[in-house]
Design a protein around this ligand. Structure first.
Ligand SMILES: Nc1ncnc2c1ncn2[C@@H]1O[C@H](COP(=O)(O)OP(=O)(O)OP(=O)(O)O)[C@@H](O)[C@H]1O
Length: 204
Protein backbone atom coordinates (compact mmCIF):
# COMPACT_ATOMS: atom_id res chain seq x y z
CA UNK A 1 0.00 0.00 0.00
CA UNK A 2 2.89 2.33 0.79
CA UNK A 3 6.55 2.03 -0.08
CA UNK A 4 9.14 4.55 1.11
CA UNK A 5 12.77 4.43 0.00
CA UNK A 6 15.63 6.74 0.91
CA UNK A 7 13.35 9.59 1.87
CA UNK A 8 14.64 12.83 3.33
CA UNK A 9 12.09 15.21 4.87
CA UNK A 10 12.55 18.82 5.94
CA UNK A 11 10.73 21.34 8.10
CA UNK A 12 11.21 25.07 7.73
CA UNK A 13 13.91 24.35 5.11
CA UNK A 14 15.91 22.17 7.53
CA UNK A 15 16.29 18.42 6.87
CA UNK A 16 15.13 16.50 9.93
CA UNK A 17 15.11 12.86 8.75
CA UNK A 18 17.03 11.18 5.97
CA UNK A 19 17.35 7.73 4.43
CA UNK A 20 13.93 6.62 5.67
CA UNK A 21 12.81 3.24 4.33
CA UNK A 22 9.50 1.71 5.27
CA UNK A 23 6.65 -0.36 3.88
CA UNK A 24 3.03 -0.52 4.89
CA UNK A 25 0.98 -3.55 3.88
CA UNK A 26 -2.75 -4.15 4.00
CA UNK A 27 -3.73 -5.22 7.49
CA UNK A 28 -0.73 -3.57 9.13
CA UNK A 29 -0.60 -0.96 11.88
CA UNK A 30 2.75 0.83 12.08
CA UNK A 31 3.64 3.11 14.99
CA UNK A 32 6.30 5.78 14.50
CA UNK A 33 8.33 6.49 17.60
CA UNK A 34 11.11 8.88 18.50
CA UNK A 35 11.81 11.79 20.82
CA UNK A 36 10.04 15.15 20.55
CA UNK A 37 11.19 17.03 17.50
CA UNK A 38 12.72 14.05 15.66
CA UNK A 39 10.35 14.57 12.71
CA UNK A 40 7.34 12.26 13.14
CA UNK A 41 4.84 14.96 12.13
CA UNK A 42 7.05 16.05 9.25
CA UNK A 43 7.32 12.49 7.93
CA UNK A 44 3.57 11.88 8.20
CA UNK A 45 2.80 15.16 6.44
CA UNK A 46 5.17 14.14 3.65
CA UNK A 47 3.71 10.65 3.31
CA UNK A 48 0.22 12.17 3.20
CA UNK A 49 1.29 14.39 0.30
CA UNK A 50 0.96 17.65 2.26
CA UNK A 51 4.58 18.56 1.57
CA UNK A 52 7.18 17.17 -0.85
CA UNK A 53 10.14 15.06 0.23
CA UNK A 54 13.61 16.61 -0.23
CA UNK A 55 14.71 13.37 -1.86
CA UNK A 56 13.76 9.73 -2.12
CA UNK A 57 10.80 7.79 -3.44
CA UNK A 58 7.29 7.51 -1.98
CA UNK A 59 4.95 5.13 -3.74
CA UNK A 60 1.36 5.61 -2.71
CA UNK A 61 -1.90 6.70 -4.23
CA UNK A 62 -3.02 9.89 -2.43
CA UNK A 63 -6.62 8.79 -3.06
CA UNK A 64 -6.10 5.99 -0.56
CA UNK A 65 -5.15 8.22 2.37
CA UNK A 66 -7.16 9.70 5.23
CA UNK A 67 -4.92 11.97 7.30
CA UNK A 68 -5.61 13.51 10.65
CA UNK A 69 -3.15 15.84 12.26
CA UNK A 70 -3.31 18.27 15.13
CA UNK A 71 -6.26 19.93 13.47
CA UNK A 72 -8.81 17.23 12.86
CA UNK A 73 -11.14 18.57 10.18
CA UNK A 74 -13.96 19.25 12.66
CA UNK A 75 -16.27 22.14 11.72
CA UNK A 76 -16.99 24.11 14.89
CA UNK A 77 -20.50 25.36 14.06
CA UNK A 78 -21.81 22.04 12.76
CA UNK A 79 -23.28 19.44 15.10
CA UNK A 80 -21.66 16.05 15.55
CA UNK A 81 -24.03 14.41 13.09
CA UNK A 82 -23.70 17.26 10.58
CA UNK A 83 -19.91 16.99 10.74
CA UNK A 84 -19.95 13.30 9.95
CA UNK A 85 -22.60 13.67 7.26
CA UNK A 86 -20.52 16.44 5.69
CA UNK A 87 -17.41 14.29 5.51
CA UNK A 88 -19.37 11.23 4.36
CA UNK A 89 -20.70 13.30 1.43
CA UNK A 90 -17.22 14.64 0.63
CA UNK A 91 -15.90 11.09 0.40
CA UNK A 92 -18.98 9.63 -1.26
CA UNK A 93 -19.88 7.40 1.67
CA UNK A 94 -23.28 6.66 3.14
CA UNK A 95 -23.79 5.27 6.61
CA UNK A 96 -22.33 7.24 9.51
CA UNK A 97 -23.91 5.03 12.20
CA UNK A 98 -20.89 2.72 12.64
CA UNK A 99 -18.62 5.73 13.20
CA UNK A 100 -20.99 7.21 15.79
CA UNK A 101 -21.13 3.88 17.60
CA UNK A 102 -17.39 3.17 17.45
CA UNK A 103 -16.56 6.45 19.18
CA UNK A 104 -19.55 6.57 21.56
CA UNK A 105 -20.95 9.73 19.98
CA UNK A 106 -24.58 8.65 19.79
CA UNK A 107 -25.56 10.72 22.84
CA UNK A 108 -23.93 13.82 21.38
CA UNK A 109 -25.30 13.89 17.84
CA UNK A 110 -27.09 17.24 18.13
CA UNK A 111 -24.30 19.06 19.97
CA UNK A 112 -22.30 21.65 18.05
CA UNK A 113 -18.66 20.67 17.75
CA UNK A 114 -17.58 23.92 19.40
CA UNK A 115 -19.45 22.83 22.55
CA UNK A 116 -17.76 19.44 22.81
CA UNK A 117 -15.05 18.75 25.37
CA UNK A 118 -11.53 18.31 24.03
CA UNK A 119 -11.75 14.52 24.25
CA UNK A 120 -15.22 14.38 22.68
CA UNK A 121 -14.01 16.60 19.88
CA UNK A 122 -11.04 14.35 19.31
CA UNK A 123 -13.36 11.33 19.17
CA UNK A 124 -15.38 13.13 16.50
CA UNK A 125 -12.17 13.84 14.55
CA UNK A 126 -11.28 10.15 14.69
CA UNK A 127 -14.81 9.06 13.77
CA UNK A 128 -14.32 11.17 10.64
CA UNK A 129 -11.66 8.68 9.50
CA UNK A 130 -14.23 5.91 9.41
CA UNK A 131 -16.59 7.83 7.14
CA UNK A 132 -13.87 8.58 4.60
CA UNK A 133 -13.89 4.94 3.49
CA UNK A 134 -10.17 5.35 2.77
CA UNK A 135 -7.93 2.34 3.42
CA UNK A 136 -4.77 4.05 4.73
CA UNK A 137 -5.11 6.03 7.94
CA UNK A 138 -2.27 8.42 8.75
CA UNK A 139 -2.58 9.70 12.27
CA UNK A 140 -0.52 12.26 14.14
CA UNK A 141 -0.84 11.96 17.92
CA UNK A 142 -4.39 10.59 17.64
CA UNK A 143 -4.84 9.99 21.36
CA UNK A 144 -4.23 13.55 22.59
CA UNK A 145 -7.04 14.50 25.04
CA UNK A 146 -8.46 10.96 25.11
CA UNK A 147 -9.17 9.23 28.43
CA UNK A 148 -8.31 5.56 28.94
CA UNK A 149 -11.72 4.32 27.73
CA UNK A 150 -11.51 6.45 24.58
CA UNK A 151 -7.98 5.23 23.87
CA UNK A 152 -9.35 1.68 23.98
CA UNK A 153 -12.16 2.67 21.58
CA UNK A 154 -9.63 4.19 19.23
CA UNK A 155 -7.32 1.15 19.38
CA UNK A 156 -10.28 -1.12 18.68
CA UNK A 157 -11.30 0.92 15.64
CA UNK A 158 -7.75 0.85 14.24
CA UNK A 159 -7.57 -2.90 14.82
CA UNK A 160 -10.97 -3.41 13.12
CA UNK A 161 -9.86 -1.22 10.22
CA UNK A 162 -6.69 -3.28 9.75
CA UNK A 163 -8.54 -6.58 10.18
CA UNK A 164 -10.85 -5.45 7.36
CA UNK A 165 -7.87 -4.98 5.02
CA UNK A 166 -6.99 -1.36 5.78
CA UNK A 167 -3.74 -0.09 7.22
CA UNK A 168 -2.63 2.61 9.63
CA UNK A 169 0.56 4.54 10.23
CA UNK A 170 0.62 6.75 13.29
CA UNK A 171 2.85 8.81 15.52
CA UNK A 172 2.07 8.24 19.16
CA UNK A 173 4.01 8.07 22.39
CA UNK A 174 1.57 5.72 24.09
CA UNK A 175 1.20 1.97 23.80
CA UNK A 176 -2.10 1.17 22.08
CA UNK A 177 -1.77 -2.58 22.52
CA UNK A 178 -2.19 -3.14 18.77
CA UNK A 179 -0.92 -6.13 16.80
CA UNK A 180 1.45 -3.88 14.94
CA UNK A 181 5.03 -2.87 14.43
CA UNK A 182 7.00 0.00 15.86
CA UNK A 183 9.52 1.99 13.83
CA UNK A 184 11.99 4.05 15.86
CA UNK A 185 12.98 7.07 13.76
CA UNK A 186 16.06 7.94 15.84
CA UNK A 187 18.53 6.27 13.42
CA UNK A 188 17.22 8.46 10.60
CA UNK A 189 17.98 11.80 12.24
CA UNK A 190 19.53 14.03 9.55
CA UNK A 191 22.69 14.81 11.48
CA UNK A 192 25.10 13.59 8.79
CA UNK A 193 23.60 15.80 6.14
CA UNK A 194 23.62 18.92 8.30
CA UNK A 195 27.17 18.33 9.56
CA UNK A 196 28.47 17.56 6.08
CA UNK A 197 27.02 20.39 4.08
CA UNK A 198 24.87 22.78 6.05
CA UNK A 199 21.25 23.49 5.29
CA UNK A 200 21.71 25.22 1.94
CA UNK A 201 23.85 22.48 0.44
CA UNK A 202 21.29 19.92 1.51
CA UNK A 203 18.88 21.41 -1.03
CA UNK A 204 21.31 21.84 -3.92
N1 LIG B 1 7.88 25.83 10.69
C1 LIG B 1 9.03 25.32 11.15
N2 LIG B 1 10.22 25.92 10.89
C2 LIG B 1 11.36 25.40 11.33
N3 LIG B 1 11.44 24.26 12.05
C3 LIG B 1 10.29 23.65 12.35
C4 LIG B 1 9.03 24.12 11.93
N4 LIG B 1 8.09 23.28 12.39
C5 LIG B 1 8.73 22.32 13.07
N5 LIG B 1 10.06 22.53 13.06
C6 LIG B 1 11.10 21.70 13.66
O1 LIG B 1 11.18 20.50 12.89
C7 LIG B 1 11.55 19.42 13.73
C8 LIG B 1 10.60 18.25 13.50
O2 LIG B 1 9.31 18.61 14.00
P1 LIG B 1 8.14 17.56 14.08
O3 LIG B 1 6.92 18.31 14.52
O4 LIG B 1 8.08 16.82 12.79
O5 LIG B 1 8.64 16.57 15.23
P2 LIG B 1 7.86 15.42 16.03
O6 LIG B 1 8.74 14.23 16.06
O7 LIG B 1 6.50 15.25 15.45
O8 LIG B 1 7.76 16.07 17.47
P3 LIG B 1 6.74 15.83 18.70
O9 LIG B 1 6.98 14.44 19.24
O10 LIG B 1 7.15 16.89 19.68
O11 LIG B 1 5.33 16.03 18.18
C9 LIG B 1 11.54 19.95 15.17
O12 LIG B 1 12.87 20.16 15.57
C10 LIG B 1 10.79 21.25 15.07
O13 LIG B 1 11.26 22.20 16.02
Amino acid sequence: MLSVRGVCVARGGVPVLEGVDLDLEAGQALVLRGPNGIGKTTLLRTLAGLQPPVEGRIEISPDLVAYTGHSDGVKATLTVVENLEFWARVFGQGDIAPALAAFDLEGLVERQAQNLSAGQRRRLGLARLMVTGRPIWMLDEPTVSLDAASVKMFAASVQAHCDAGGAAIMATHIDLGLDGQVLDLSPYRAIGRMAAGGFEEAFE
